[in-house]
Ligand binder design. Structure first.
Ligand code: NDP
Length: 241
């Protein structure tokens, strides 16, 4: 029977490519989103992938949504924690709201979603949890103490849960993308891209969303069971850990 995969923030950007990549690889996919109904319905109509609107920053919403997804599609075998936001400012100008909104959405969500599926995965002796971190969680980034802390936290969470879960057939890994050609990055003026960003990337180009999806599909596979606690870096050689 086809395995069930849940992708948070799975209707736009990198998450959209992950949802499509997993579907192409034979998974039954559920894609989550937060507020943008129009984009989500367009995605659903184009891909035939069902969409689920809930806030990944809230544990109760996650638990309720996983219950709904499991009664619609079956037990969750693969969880991709992809939803994330940025809210940049240097620390001396950062508000408490800027800090907490990013930490809630980018880090607490990884706890809430993983907590909602882990007991079922343990009972069935199989699971794949794949967390989308970031190059900026590995190297830090000016103006992103909140985001860098959350994304570094995701890497620590991954390593700890990998150790707890290995004996139960559950792997937990991270993918750490560099600059990817999403809406947000495409909005950067061409001159800034050419003079400030591309010279930092040895491949001389931005990454594409399907290149991140490829990493996720690889880690989700049944025969990827010996890879756990790892961070798969996909950044065009920009930062080598
Ligand atoms: P986008 O902004 O394009 O999409 C974000 C997705 O997450 C949307 O589907 C959005 O829903 C959803 N989302 C946001 N907040 C919540 C929430 N509270 N609850 C549920 N869903 C939510 O993001 P990207 O594709 O750019 O990034 C995806 C991931 O990759 C993020 O974790 C990001 O940090 C990481 N990343 C991105 C890089 C890049 O270059 N773009 C580089 C490195 C890491 P809605 O459509 O309703 O807003």
């Amino acid at each position: 029977m086809a395995k069930v995969a849940v992708v948070t923030g799975g209707t736009r950007g990198i998450g959209e490519a992950i949802s499509k990549g997993l579907k192409e690889a034979g998974y039954v996919v559920a894609a989550n989103y937060a507020t943008r109904d129009e984009a989500a319905f367009k995605f659903r109509d184009e891909t035939d992938i069902p969409v689920y609107k809930f806030d990944v920053a809230n544990l109760e919403s996650c638990q309720e949504a996983i219950g709904n997804i499991e009664s619609d599609l079956g037990p969750v075998d693969v969880l991709v924690n992809n939803a994330g936001i940025t809210y940049d400012a240097p620390l001396h100008r950062m508000s408490a709201e800027q800090w907490t909104s990013v930490v809630h959405t980018d880090l607490d969500s990884v706890f809430s979603m993983s907590r909602s599926v882990i007991e079922g995965m343990r009972a069935r002796n199989f699971g794949r949890i794949i967390n989308i971190s970031s190059i900026n969680g590995q190297k830090g980034q000016f103006g992103q103490t909140n985001y860098s802390a959350a994304k570094a936290g995701v890497i620590g969470f991954t390593k700890a849960l990998a150790q707890e879960s290995a004996a139960k057939g559950i792997t937990v890994n991270c993918v750490a993308p560099g600059y990817i050609a999403t809406e947000m990055v495409r909005a950067v003026p061409e001159e800034v891209l050419n003079t400030k960003i591309l010279p930092l990337i040895p491949t001389g180009r931005l990454g594409e969303c399907p290149e991140i999806a490829r990493c996720v599909v690889f880690l989700a596979a049944d025969d990827a069971g010996f890879i756990t606690g790892a961070t798969l870096t996909a950044n065009g050689g920009q930062y080598l850990t």
